[in-house]
Every structure is written in C-alpha cells, then in structure tokens.
Design a protein around this ligand. Structure first.
Ligand SMILES: O=C(O)CCC(=O)C(=O)O
Length: 325
C-alpha cells in the first residue's frame, strides 16, 4: 500500500476524526438524543456508537420477521393493492429474505447507465478505480434520484418493513464487485434491528462470467453478526483495521455451518433484487476480466423511532431524516 493510502487508512479509523465530523453535523444527529435515552446508550450523540453501547435493546423487529408472517401478510389490507406478480414474490419474503421485481427498470436502465458515464467523464464524483464504482450518483442525477425514489418500489419496501423507508445511499457498479459474502447490517445498522433494506438493480443482462451477485436464501434468519460477535483490535481511539476481515471470516464460518446452498442471480436488465438487512450475499468472481457488470444498489433505512448507525466504523448515520428538519 502506498504511503498516502496508508496515512488515509489510519486517519479514517481515528475516532476523534469521527467526533469532529459528528459535531459539524450535530443538526442531523440531535434526533438521536431521545433514541439514546430509549435504548440506554449513555453517550453523547457525537461520540462513536456501537451495538455494545446499547444497554436497553429493543424487542421489536420488522413484522415479517415474526412467526406466521406469511399468514399475516396475506391478511394485511394493503397486500391486495399490489399486483399478483408482486404479491407472489412477497409471499416468499418471510421464508427466504429476498424478492425479485422482474424487469422493473428495463426502460430506465440505459438512461441510468448514460448518467453514470456522464458523471464519471465529467469527474462530477470520485470514481473508485479499485472497486469500479461511484458512490451516491443520485446526488448528480435526477434520473437516478427518481429511480431510488420510485413510488412503487418504496411502497413495496415500506410494506415489507412495516415502516416508511428513506433512501440513504446509492452505489453504481461498472464491474462485478467480487465482494465476499456479507450481511449489510454491519455496515448499516439499526436499533431496533432489521430496519435496513436494499434494492439492487441490474442495468444490463448479467451472465456467469461477469461476476453475478450471489445470495443465501433464508440466511436472514441467522443471528445478526455485529462487532461483539468476533475478535478485533478496536479500542477507545481507533477502529481496528482487522474488523472487516475478521467479520468476513466469521460470516464464512456461519455460512458453512448453516449448510444453506448458494443461489446465483443471473439477472436480466431492469430486474430488481430486494434483500433483507441480514440476507447474506456477495459478488461472484469475474471470470471474463473485460466484462462489465453494470448495476445500481440503493440502501434504505427507516426513520421515526429507529436509530441508524454504522457498526463497522462506529459512526452514527448522518442523514436528513424527515423528522430532523
Ligand atoms: O453488487 C455487488 O456485487 C455487491 C453489492 C453489495 O454487496 C451491497 O451493496 O451490499
């Protein structure tokens, strides 16, 4: 690793740097004061926060994580408002932790790709060459912003969680991520647990050589793996640089022990895969190194009485929740 990269990797892990950032963003964090009281977090809202600081965890969970959820789902008055195809997909959510909206963004996919190309060509946002991706392209594109705020999509997501969802970030991938199997919940964490959801949109047909996405149906029912479930070297001053690697090892062990078979998603252009906060997923190897794998993933949190933070970096989530004004 180059000296500048090494320097940044240390600075980014310094908790004091996070505190300064949080102070600057206090306006967006002050909604957490009453949530910290509720969940027994005896800290300032500008301090680092992690699962281990919660002394009064909530017993609440998304309604479809409860037993007999499929039965309740069909009886819910809003269920009838969805198309038969969406209803069919929703019925597998409680058991499998994912659902697919086939071809939903088929007509918009090329326009989204053109927007991402423009943003990269004009250097409007930093292009991450290592991971072949651009973060938060929605901030520079009305088309991408409209896709992430698509009414029907948000209605489905809000129904699945039983609370209104708020889009939090987009990641535009040009190539397969080859990311190890993980749950998003260590990156984007909530209390009560489970109030994160992701919508992954294929922006082209994706074949086996392009590093398709994989996932483990039903793995969302495995226990949440957070920073106190495995060893790492974080302390009062820094977030340990072994935290993520050790998390991935722990997840690999959990996957093996569960015996759940892997599913590979050979998506068609415009398909949307929606996954539960704890569904284990990742990127397959890109076997054709020249191939693209264009996709857009949107992560959504819930606001209201939900605390949102990033367990991996121990930072509270800095978002303009509607209630934060
Ligand atoms: O698109 C991929 O390959 C991985 C995306 C992912 O894991 C995520 O956004 O959480």
């Amino acid at each position: 690793m180059g000296i500048i990269k090494q320097y940044w990797s240390v600075i980014r892990r310094l908790k004091m740097v996070h505190v300064l950032y949080n102070i600057r963003n206090y306006g967006k964090l002050k909604r957490n004061v009453q949530l910290y009281r509720k969940f027994g977090i005896r800290k300032s809202v500008v301090s680092p926060v992690s699962h281990s600081a919660i002394s009064n965890p909530s017993a609440e969970k998304p309604w479809l994580d409860n037993d007999n959820a499929s039965e309740f789902l069909q009886k819910h008055p809003a269920f009838g408002e969805f198309t038969a195809e969406i209803q069919q997909q929703m019925l597998q959510w409680p058991e499998n932790g994912y659902m697919i909206l086939q071809g939903k963004f088929k007509d918009l996919a090329d326009k989204i790709n053109a927007e991402v190309d423009r943003i990269i060509a004009n250097k409007e946002l930093d292009f991450d060459y290592t991971n072949s991706r651009v973060m938060n392209a929605w901030t520079r594109s009305e088309i991408i912003s409209a896709a992430m705020n698509d009414k029907e999509l948000k209605k489905v997501l809000s129904f699945l969680l039983g609370k209104e969802v708020i889009p939090f970030q987009t990641i535009s991938f040009l190539k397969g991520s080859e990311q190890e199997t993980h749950s998003d919940f260590i990156h984007m964490t909530t209390e009560p647990k489970g109030y994160l959801i992701a919508a992954w949109i294929a922006l082209e047909d994706i074949g086996p050589e392009q590093g398709p996405l994989h996932y483990y149906p039903g793995s969302h029912k495995l226990p949440y793996v957070l920073g106190d479930s495995f060893e790492h070297s974080s302390n009062a001053w820094v977030v340990g640089d072994d935290l993520y690697g050790n998390f991935e090892k722990k997840i690999a062990e959990e996957v093996k022990a569960s015996g759940i078979p892997k599913t590979i998603f050979h998506a068609k252009k415009g398909d949307v895969l929606i996954w539960h906060a704890n569904l284990l997923h990742g990127g397959e190897e890109v076997t054709n190194k020249n191939s693209s794998r264009k996709s857009l993933v949107v992560h959504y949190f819930c606001g209201g009485d939900v605390l949102c933070y990033h367990e991996i970096t121990q930072r509270p989530a800095v978002i303009s929740f509607p209630s934060a004004g």
